[in-house]
Design a binder for this molecule. Structure first.
Ligand SMILES: Cc1cc2nc3c(=O)[nH]c(=O)nc-3n(C[C@H](O)[C@H](O)[C@H](O)COP(=O)(O)OP(=O)(O)OC[C@H]3O[C@@H](n4cnc5c(N)ncnc54)[C@H](O)[C@@H]3O)c2cc1C
Ligand SMILES: *[C@@H]1O[C@H](CO)[C@@H](O)[C@H](O)[C@H]1NC(C)=O
Ligand SMILES: *[C@@H]1O[C@H](CO)[C@@H](O)[C@H](O)[C@H]1NC(C)=O
Ligand SMILES: *[C@@H]1O[C@H](CO)[C@@H](O)[C@H](O)[C@H]1NC(C)=O
Ligand SMILES: *[C@@H]1O[C@H](CO)[C@@H](O)[C@H](O)[C@H]1NC(C)=O
Ligand SMILES: *[C@@H]1O[C@H](CO)[C@@H](O)[C@H](O)[C@H]1NC(C)=O
Length: 609
């Protein structure tokens, strides 16, 4: 064992010294490292050292550090709170106007280099760059669900799975029909395309030349063609699900380029690194929006070293703190349901009953097949070498996640309402420190995972206290509406069909016979068994949305108007996932960047000329 470790160590060192690049810019290692996410693994430490010396991965000359400030000026034209999927877009677009002084405030720090390896993108959940929110499944249940959210420049786009999937045409046409002019598919498509630098397509639906790199992974797991064939056998077409057809299967695109993550901070803030009118205050948490007679006058923020700043604004404060952060800040500022605010002793500035209501998330349940095979995946020394030399191979890719499918259940009038992810095992840690054991799953599994995309259930977010540093109370009410469960059941049945496809016969898939606790009394495989199993073992899918929904003034639960201005307060907008009246049927990141583009345009239209 020691001998093989030494051999690898030596060849690694040779390769490393050959490829160490001089990036001509000073840089220090930002925490956490990959090694720290793997219990200090020595092997991961070598990878950390290697990637820190790689200009394309670490990018010390491109980072927005020249824009970082220690102390903010006393006043700005615009203050953007949160640098996630939406906030990075907003700060970037507003600072395009050299006349405007823009401050971006972010609770976290710049992106750690380890987050940039596409194949290891999952490692950073539950670290210091994750808010680590905990939520309740429902008010009645004490089941606790984790809600990872990025606390870092780039927000959750630094922790996420990078899949680039927009909602369907009907999602946006629905938003418009709910009383939100301007949000039709035809119109939002322009804003999707504005961001996009698509490596694979340039057509009616996709564009090149935007700030956000989007592309397929160069490496495709050998099982993927068989999964596509199995899906076709089961009645699906191979389609670009970001184009006219909303059902089918495809090799997905990701917010990555050459095996390197392209978070929204990397894509939108790094190109703004030379703009002197943009200031970025990292490590600082906004504790409230300062209001005077329902007019926004600034924000209060606290740095992680205990400094408190009161910063004035002359035009607008824009909340882009995400589906949990944005309603939390509104509530802390006295904008929200007055009964909730009274309960925690926050003075009511404006009674707005919709703040923190209408919370939605997708819900999934994986059907596990065991595979009598141990070598499907090859995340080992060889794949590391491939990544080092060519930025290709399994570490540049997303395992079986590179395929995704969408189907329509009988409950959806032909619209896609179930998405499929495919899981097996993905690069995680070398627990032993021995290369070749980058992933530890001994028995391979194939886990087609239906995701229920159009939940009827609604949750809520309220304050636990007036302390801005205490996490809010989050309740999702998962599967509260019985139809949500029936849709997932339909998804499970499709997963079982897929597992039986001829194209997958060679993998000797056997359905996992495990019976979740509490489901012993149901006949294995019956509908009631699956209903029970889904309720026992679902996951929430981290696509939180809707907590400050957009709507017409006639809708008393609307928090922002169709131009994203907070009702009843002057000079305040919300621009992020919170504003979706209904969560879109797909992964949320692409849509939230589009919301950032739309919102920035509204601001420009309102203040320019
Ligand atoms: C594990 C995981 C995997 C995912 N996979 C995918 C995927 O493959 N594809 C996809 O499309 N979507 C995916 N998502 C979802 C997607 O990434 C999120 O929906 C999206 O990033 C949210 O964007 P946002 O702008 O609303 O919020 P965020 O990106 O969360 O940004 C909010 C920002 O505000 C900051 N902030 C919050 N409060 C304050 C405060 N008080 N003061 C200062 N700053 C503050 C936060 O630190 C953060 O940087 C995934 C999510 C998770 C958690
Ligand atoms: C939509 O689906 C039809 C039928 O499968 C197909 O002919 C067409 O090419 C698809 N369009 C796109 C853009 O994928
Ligand atoms: C942010 O805080 C971390 C942790 O205290 C510190 O290491 C880092 O230098 C800070 N970054 C900046 C730009 O102030
Ligand atoms: C796995 O494969 C081996 C060798 O082909 C065989 O003996 C064994 O029965 C198989 N096990 C299962 C669960 O299929
Ligand atoms: C890198 O790519 C070249 C060209 O495709 C190939 O010949 C070589 O084997 C690759 N190297 C590694 C380590 O995978
Ligand atoms: C599947 O099972 C058959 C018969 O037991 C065996 O010959 C074959 O090697 C197995 N295939 C895999 C991929 O495990």
């Amino acid at each position: 064992m020691l001998r093989s470790f030494l051999l690898v160590f030596i060849s690694f060192s040779v390769l490393k010294s050959q490829s160490l690049q001089n990036c001509d810019c000073p840089h220090s290692q930002i925490q956490p490292t990959l090694s720290s996410t793997c219990k200090g693994s020595k092997f991961m430490k070598l990878i950390d050292e290697y990637i820190n010396g790689q200009c394309d991965i670490n990018d010390p000359c491109g980072r927005p550090t020249p824009r970082f400030i220690k102390t903010p000026d006393s006043s700005y034209d615009f203050i953007v709170v949160g640098s996630g999927s939406a906030g990075s877009v907003v700060a970037s677009r507003l600072s395009e106007n050299p006349e405007w002084k823009v401050l971006l405030i972010e609770a976290g720090e710049d992106e750690p280099t380890g987050t940039q390896i596409v194949g290891m993108g999952g490692n950073f959940q539950m670290t210091s760059i994750d808010w680590n929110f905990k939520a309740l499944a429902s008010t009645e249940s004490d089941r606790i669900l984790t809600s990872p959210r990025g606390k870092v420049l780039g927000g959750t786009s630094v922790l996420n799975g990078m899949m680039y999937l927009r909602g369907t045409k009907e999602d946006y046409d629905d938003w418009e029909a709910l009383g939100n002019p301007g949000w039709s598919y035809e119109n939002v498509l322009k804003h999707f395309k504005k961001s996009e630098d698509n490596a694979d397509y340039d057509n009616e639906y996709h564009a090149k030349g935007g700030l956000q790199a989007v592309g397929k992974c160069t490496y495709t797991h050998p099982m993927i063609p068989d999964i596509l064939e199995a899906a076709v056998e089961s009645g699906l077409n191979i389609n670009d699900l970001n184009a006219e057809n909303s059902t089918g299967i495809m090799i997905a695109q990701f917010t990555q380029k050459n095996g390197i993550r392209r978070s929204s901070a990397r894509s939108f803030l790094r190109p703004a690194r030379d703009r002197s009118n943009l200031h970025i205050l990292v490590n600082s948490t906004v504790t409230k929006v300062l209001l005077q007679n329902k007019v926004t006058i600034g924000v209060e923020a606290s740095s992680n070293t205990g400094q408190v700043f009161k910063i004035k604004v002359s035009k607008e404060v824009i909340l882009s703190a995400g589906a949990i952060g944005s309603p939390q800040i509104l509530l802390l500022s006295g904008v929200g349901p007055s009964e909730d605010l009274n309960e925690v002793g926050v003075e009511v500035e404006h009674n707005l009953p919709g703040v923190g209501r209408n919370v939605q998330d997708h819900v999934s349940y994986g059907v596990n097949f065991r595979m009598n095979q141990s070598d499907v995946n090859s995340l080992n020394w060889l794949s590391l070498k491939e990544y080092m030399v060519n930025r290709s191979g399994p570490l540049s890719s997303r395992d079986l996640m590179v395929a995704t499918a969408k189907i329509a259940s009988p409950y959806s009038n032909g619209r896609s309402d179930i998405q499929f992810y495919f899981f097996s095992s993905i690069a995680a840690c070398s627990k032993t420190g021995i290369p070749g054991e980058l992933n530890s799953a001994k028995q391979k599994s194939f886990k087609p995972t239906p995701v229920m995309l159009r939940p009827k259930s609604r949750g809520y977010i309220t304050l636990k206290s007036s302390d801005p540093f205490e996490h809010p109370k989050i309740v999702y009410n998962v599967l509260q509406d019985p139809q949500d469960l029936e849709i997932l059941l339909h998804g499970v049945k499709f997963a079982l069909t897929l597992g039986k496809a001829k194209a997958l016969e060679k993998y000797n898939l056997t359905l996992d016979q495990d019976v979740p606790e509490g489901c012993e009394n149901f006949e294995f495989g019956s509908d009631d068994f699956w209903r029970c199993a889904i309720k026992a073992a679902y996951s929430n899918d981290n696509h939180q949305a809707g907590s400050c929904k957009m709507g017409p003034s006639s809708d008393r639960m609307a928090v922002v108007d169709p131009r994203l201005k907070v009702y009843g307060i002057k000079g305040l907008r919300v621009i992020d996932s919170s504003i979706m009246p209904k969560v879109i049927a797909g992964n949320t990141h692409a849509t939230i960047m589009m919301i950032g583009e739309m919102g920035s345009q509204f601001v420009k239209e309102d203040w320019e000329e």
